[in-house]
Write a protein that binds this ligand. Structure first.
Ligand SMILES: NC(=O)CCC(=O)C(=O)O
Length: 296
């Protein structure tokens, strides 16, 4: 991977690290989600504390962690952000545990509209970011799965990145993972990690979940974390599970199966600069011929 050199110290290793933290421990909580909202939230709070006890500095929950995933459930489970009870519990858990929480997603009510929304809380319980799913999950695979989030949800219209302890992190929600332009724009904003709470299903999950995560990691040369709910074969929508952490080489560093569990792993931020300097595609783009631009 490195060119051989006779120098005692390769010039690359003399560079100052680009981040205040050279690394940190992430936890991806693969929750078992059921119809009892308060039980779902209480379980999430418990797992946030456990993850912190095991050394996590950043804890991510899955898509739709307080409600079953399905268009028939969103209205009933929806809450305002940040005044709703789920946000209150996440903020309190983040502050009490002293850890940054990427709060999966919850159905958000805003006036007449509903969104699929991710909230992020810093280690004092302050709301750091809110991402509304930009690409709604509308697909139709005959005899396999038909789903139409747009029947009840509105799409967000903002690319969302935030900074925590000097580390720039980008957010996407599940189906957002299929859109490389969005990941590219987040990488352009300086992200070294993209976190996608998601709930792929038993048709697309085995084929595309890891593949898309690895594709985004290799394309943008950054870390990608995918946090899913555990599988419940009796649920109306069956989650594929398999929460996964992928490094900037596109290698799967850790993954879960379909059972309730927490993935704990170290993220080494120096790998981002290392891969980007070794395979410098970011500066080799033919922007005289093509480009990816953010319109609003
Ligand atoms: N909740 C989702 O957006 C599911 C996305 C999915 O399963 C896919 O294949 O894409």
């Amino acid at each position: 991977m490195f060119e051989t050199t006779t120098d005692a110290v390769h010039p690359r290793f003399t560079k100052k690290p680009a981040y205040p933290l050279s690394g940190f421990k992430i936890a991806l909580v693969q929750l078992a989600v059921g119809p009892d909202k308060s039980k779902n939230v209480a379980q999430a709070v418990k797992e946030i504390h456990l993850a912190k006890e095991k050394g996590a500095q950043l804890v991510a929950l899955p898509e739709c962690f307080n409600s079953p995933y399905g268009t028939q459930f969103f209205k009933e489970y929806a809450e305002e952000v940040p005044s709703g009870s789920t946000c209150h519990a996440l903020s309190k858990a983040a502050a009490e545990a002293g850890v940054c929480v990427i709060g999966g997603t919850l159905p958000e009510r805003c006036g007449e509209k509903l969104y699929n929304t991710c909230t992020v809380w810093d280690n004092t319980g302050k709301l750091l970011a809110r991402h509304r799913k930009m690409h709604l999950f509308d697909i139709d695979i005959p005899n396999k799965i038909t789903f139409k989030e747009s029947d009840v949800l509105s799409a967000g219209d903002q690319i969302t990145t935030f900074e925590y302890q000097g580390i720039k992190i980008g957010l996407g929600i599940c189906y957002d993972l299929r859109f490389p332009e969005m990941a590219r724009l987040m990488a352009d904003q300086g992200c070294s990690l993209l976190v996608y709470p998601g709930a792929f299903n038993m048709t697309t999950g085995p084929q595309h979940w890891e593949l898309l995560g690895r594709a985004r990691a290799v394309d943008q040369q950054l870390w990608v974390a995918l946090a899913a709910p555990a599988r419940d074969p009796a649920a109306h929508y069956v989650s594929w599970g398999h929460s996964t952490l992928i490094d900037p080489w596109g290698a799967v560093r850790a993954h879960l199966t379909d059972q309730p569990d927490t993935l704990l792993a170290d993220i080494d931020l120096s790998t981002v600069d290392e891969v980007r300097s070794q395979i410098p595609v970011r500066v080799q783009r033919r922007t005289d011929i093509y480009d990816t631009i953010q319109k609003s």
